[in-house]
Write a protein that binds this ligand. Structure first.
Ligand code: HEC
Length: 114
């Protein structure tokens, strides 16, 4: 039974350590650059902070390093109204300023931050 565990675990660990995989996970530099520009232009920094981790209110979220897919989904949901809780109203007023492609770039940019 133990051998079975080793047979399953070893290849999993080897695959997880594959350096090529890390390469693929790197965010697209063009999207990062576009997102960085939008982040300043569309006033995101006014609430979330220039570095995306010093929000103006203690209960506003830090965004730096968030998963791109998650951040994109949240922005789309806040824009559409599917997410409407807590302080969402503050954020919703800004969302008409960004389209879906811009939201994607913003999400990639935020995920690239430490
Ligand atoms: C007027 C203040 C304000 C502005 C401007 C603003 N946000 Fe927000 N944002 C918020 C608040 C407050 C929340 C939390 C909403 C809630 O409680 O549901 C939020 C939530 C988010 C979330 C979801 C975070 C999470 O962890 O779920 C993301 C991503 C985000 N904002 C990105 C942006 C981007 C990108 C911009 C610029 C296009 C922006 N915000 C502009 C106030 C703002």
């Amino acid at each position: 039974m133990k051998w079975l565990l080793v047979l399953v675990l070893v290849p999993t660990l080897v695959l997880a350590a594959d350096p090529k995989k890390k390469e693929e996970a790197k965010p697209d530099p063009a999207a990062v650059a576009a997102g960085a520009k939008l982040y300043m232009e569309k006033t995101c920094s006014a609430c979330h902070g220039k570095d995306a981790k010093t929000p103006i209110m203690p209960d506003y979220p830090r965004l730096a390093g968030q998963n791109a897919g998650y951040a994109e989904r949240q922005m789309l949901d806040i824009k559409s109204g599917a997410r409407a809780n807590g302080n969402t109203a503050a954020m919703k007023g800004i969302m008409p300023l960004v389209n879906e492609a811009e939201i994607k770039s913003l999400a990639v940019y935020l995920s690239s931050l430490q």
